[in-house]
Design a protein around this ligand. Sequence first.
Ligand SMILES: C[S@@+](CC[C@H](N)C(=O)[O-])C[C@H]1O[C@@H](n2cnc3c(N)ncnc32)[C@H](O)[C@@H]1O
Length: 344
Amino acid sequence: MVLCLKVKKKHGETLIKHLKDSHKLNTEFELGKTGKYLLIPINSKPKKEILKNYSCEIVERNLQKIKRTSPKTLKESLAGILKPEQIEKVNSSYDIIGDIAVIDFDDSLKGIEKTIAWTLKRTLKNINVVARRRKKTTGIYRIKKITPIVGENRTETIAKEHGVKLKVDLNKVYYSVRYSSERLRLLKQIKAKEKILIMFAGIGPFPIVFAKKKDVLIWANEINPAAVKLMKENIKLNKTGKKIKVIKGDAHKEIPKLKQKFDRIVMPLPHTAHEFLKEAFQVSKKGTIIHLYQFEHEANLNKMKKRILKICNKLKQKVKIKKIVRTGYFGPRINRYCLDLKVL
Ligand SMILES: C[S@@+](CC[C@H](N)C(=O)[O-])C[C@H]1O[C@@H](n2cnc3c(N)ncnc32)[C@H](O)[C@@H]1O
């Protein structure tokens, strides 16, 4: 018998994402189905608020064990090294950025983090640093700092996504592999010869992926000097210099100075991107597509729509919300959304 959450199918996808991110999904077993419900295997009981938020209940059921031909998971590799109750507390998910693996540790694992990190390093190929994530994303630069605990003592690496190389120092700049499928979604919409503004460009993943794959011209703005320096290095590394113009500084000040009107504007700063709509409209024309990112509770999508339309009204700019797409997870039932707006 396996501990499961029984949840209505319509909540399944977001709950699985939440369980993955909070390291409670039991990845040893297949999902089960019964009528309108999904049975999601878990490795420990989630908080009461999760049960309430997703209207789900804890049950025990027989589920099929996943047959693996692939290498052992971290938890499997820890069997015989740690006690089962300790293994239960170990995260089965971690981020891989270049040759750095970043993992969070439960507070109860104090003192045995190194053992876990060594085991993770042995489990993975081509990893030279295992680091723990320090708690929160901080400041206007949105940095998620890490502390290397095993392997080489560095926070710099070269990440790869969609055929481009991105030099990054995780303790100086923001970079997340969790945006990479979103870059692909936008890439598919981009037409030849578009002029694109990327606000909040960080070390350059949006501009460089677009410039590498499409015949476009890009303006990339970023406030963090360390990110600007890395973005310039990354542009050279990927030979995209002819297509990208870097604008250093605060978007509030720098965007209004631009003489261009853009076909597409990307605004990947979900906490506060809406505060920059005024500047985005100053460099828009009829038909400009704006990709505006926001964090929101999944029950409040209508409120989010209204909030954004109210801001546009106040700025006397007519827009049409073409689409709202869930592009990432932030917390229990709170997701990162992209509003695809068309300037009318
Ligand atoms: C969530 S990160 C996204 C970075 C990048 N687009 C990526 O996907 O990796 C947001 C970025 O916006 C930058 N930023 C924050 N406030 C800004 C402002 N007022 N003007 C320009 N950039 C800003 C931060 O330094 C950070 O690099």
